[in-house]
Each structure stands twice: as C-alpha cells, then as structure tokens.
Ligand binder design. Structure first.
Ligand SMILES: NC(=O)C1=CN([C@@H]2O[C@H](COP(=O)(O)OP(=O)(O)OC[C@H]3O[C@@H](n4cnc5c(N)ncnc54)[C@H](OP(=O)(O)O)[C@@H]3O)[C@@H](O)[C@H]2O)C=CC1
Ligand SMILES: Nc1nc(=O)c2c([nH]1)NC[C@@H]1CN(c3ccc(C(=O)N[C@@H](CCC(=O)O)C(=O)O)cc3)C=[N+]21
Length: 296
C-alpha cells in the first residue's frame, strides 16, 4: 500500500506561508498583483482560472482575470500584454493555455516581460533554468510544485533514477531540468519512445512523473515496488469524473508513495503560482524575503 501524497494539504501549508509573506510585503506598501488572460471559453480553463482567483484572494494577492472572445487577434493580446508589462501594479502575467488555433503561443510567451513571466515560459527564464543559474527567476509552477511535494515528503533525489513521461514546455521539460539539477539521473519520454522502451525504463525508476494527458497510461507492470509516482495528468471522463495518467487502483498497491487525482499536483500548481507571484513582487520592489520562507 502506497503512502498518499496529499497535495491539498501541502498546498494549504504553502498558501499559509505565502500569506505571511504577503503581509511582510504590505509593510512596504506592496500588494502583489497577478493578471490572468483567458482567451475563448475552454471549460477546463474556466475552472482553473476560477480556482486561481479564489486562492489569490485568500492569501491577499490582487488577481484580475481579463477575458476575451476566441476571435480576438494575436496583436490585440500582445497589445494588452504590453500594457500590463508597463503597469506598476502588475507583478505577474499569465496567459492561460490552450490559446485559439490562430494564435502563436511562442509570440505570446515572448511578449511577456521576463520579470513578470509567472509561468516561466519566456526563453530567457527557460534558458536560466537550463543553464543552472543560481538566484531567483520564475520556473513553471506545475513542475516547481512537484519539487515542493517531493521535498515535503523527504524523497531522496541525488543518485536516484527518475523518469519523466511527457516533454511539454509547461510540465515535462522543466521537470527534467529541476530533477537533474538535484542530481537525479533523468530520462525524458515522449510519443516517439517505443512502448517496450517506455516499459523498460519505467520499471527501473525510483521516481516517476507522468504528464501526458493519456488516461491511465501507467499500469501496474510499469512500476517497481516502492517507487514514488507523481501523476500530473488531469483527464475528464465522459461521466464528468477526473482520472490521471496513472491507473491509480492498479499502481497504488505497488508504489511507495503516490499522488491522487484530483487532490494531488493540481492544488500545488495554484499554490505555487501564488508563491511565484509573491517572489516577483518582492523582486520588483527590491524587498528581500527571508531565505527559505516557504519552510515546508
Ligand atoms: N495538475 C496540473 O496542475 C496540471 C495538469 N496538466 C495535465 O497534464 C497532462 C499533460 O499536460 P501538458 O504537458 O500540458 O500536455 P501536452 O499535450 O502539451 O504534452 C503531452 C506530452 O506527452 C507526450 N505523450 C503523449 N502521449 C504519450 C505516450 N503514449 N507515451 C509517452 N508520451 C506521450 C507528448 O509527446 P510528444 O511531445 O511526442 O507529442 C507530449 O510531450 C494533461 O492531462 C494536462 O491536463 C497540465 C498542466 C498542469
Ligand atoms: N499558462 C498556463 N499555465 C498553467 O499553469 C496552466 C495552463 N496555462 N493551462 C492549463 C494547465 C492546467 N492547470 C491546472 C491548474 C489547476 C488545477 C487544479 O486545481 N486541479 C484540482 C481540481 C481539478 C478539478 O476539479 O477540475 C485537482 O487536481 O485537485 C489543474 C490544472 C494549469 N495549467
């Protein structure tokens, strides 16, 4: 029987730490400001954006959601981003994906000032991550939140065999960078990885992180006894319930630790977004937050 990693609980602890830092910033007359741009009416995005707004309010981050119809032009989104880049009340800008087909995600990512790039998507920030730079710069919140979970659970990384399934800019690729930075040996798998090789690599893994959007891709025979299994996937089934990218019922008896869906990585993504927003606000106002303030 695996130990369940409770993302809701860890996220709650992180939000409490964020709230304390928001209070520190208030002492300097700083209120962290987050702008979320939502283009179109993707129902999943609606839920996430609503969750983000609620969580921000609870910790004292001033969040605004800017909604546009799906037929908005790319130039109009970029003009709005330019306005937010110049707005001193805004510390963090997030453009929710997916964007409508006619927009180029890369143009949007590059339009956001690297200093306000709360998703860590700008090539300057991606470059710092891959160049193993020290000091603060924003890193994608989902993989960063996964690292917080692993630290919270005292999962040893140095010298371990880690396998990441999925190589998106949002999750898998930064996950690879963060795990290798902590001295794990990391394999990054994707659609071109032959099934037999995927099974073989997974069966040797000490730590598995899955972010593919393929419901229940990871089966019992992919997991060695005691492995730590982190399921990033969120797939809504026809009856409305959510499943991850791991066959939870089959894998749970074998794994050492495992995250549930929902209640695993999702809540951590949102708490980490607030964490990064506070760090960006501190940086913009030259406030030095106590090292290790997250303390979880
Ligand atoms: N919990 C959370 O906070 C978050 C959850 N998510 C969820 O995580 C999942 C992944 O999201 P995201 O990374 O944005 O998705 P993308 O669709 O951008 O990327 C999916 C990745 O998985 C790979 N992949 C697809 N099928 C297979 C397969 N059969 N075997 C191996 N690799 C495969 C793809 O490979 P290739 O590159 O070759 O196409 C690609 O790299 C989704 O369910 C999403 O909803 C996403 C963000 C946050
Ligand atoms: N620019 C950008 N940045 C993102 O970080 C980003 C994005 N676009 N697009 C979509 C994905 C997905 N994502 C999630 C956020 C919260 C939950 C979440 O709150 N999940 C809860 C509840 C899930 C539910 O009930 O629907 C849970 O897993 O327990 C999930 C997924 C952020 N993403």
């Amino acid at each position: 029987m695996a130990e369940l990693i409770d993302g809701r609980l860890i996220a709650k602890e992180l939000r409490a730490a964020v709230k304390a830092q928001v209070e520190v910033l208030q002492g300097y007359n700083v209120v962290p400001g987050l702008a979320v741009i939502l283009v179109g009416d993707d129902p999943a995005s609606e839920i996430y954006v609503r969750n983000k707004g609620r969580a921000a309010e609870k910790v004292g981050v001033a969040a605004q959601t800017i909604r546009y119809a799906a037929d908005l032009s790319e130039a109009e989104v970029i003009a709005k981003i330019a306005e937010l880049n110049a707005d001193p009340a805004i510390d963090a800008i997030l453009v929710q994906s997916p964007l409508p087909e006619h927009m180029n995600e890369q143009h949007i990512q590059e339009a956001i000032s690297p200093e306000k790039d709360v998703d860590g998507f700008h090539p300057e920030n991606v470059g710092k991550l891959f160049a193993n730079r020290h000091g603060f710069f924003p890193v994608a919140n989902t993989p960063r939140g996964v690292m917080t979970m692993l630290h919270h659970e005292h999962v040893e990384l140095a010298g371990k065999n880690a396998v990441v399934v999925g190589r998106s800019v949002l999750v898998g690729t930064p996950m690879f960078a963060l795990l290798q930075r902590e001295n794990a040996t990391v394999s990054l798998l994707h659609k071109y990885t032959p099934d037999a090789l995927r099974h073989q690599l997974l069966r040797q893994a000490d730590i598995i992180v899955v972010a593919t959007g393929v419901p229940e891709l990871i089966k019992a025979e992919d997991v060695q006894p005691g492995a730590v299994v982190i399921d990033v996937g969120i797939n809504r089934m026809e009856d409305g319930h959510l499943v991850g990218d791991v066959d939870f019922a089959a894998v749970e008896p074998i794994a050492g630790k495992i995250t549930p869906v929902p209640g695993g990585v999702g809540p951590m993504t949102i708490a980490t977004l607030l964490e990064t927003t506070v760090e960006l606000a501190a940086q913009h106002h030259d406030v030095t937050l106590e090292a290790g303030w997250q303390n979880i």
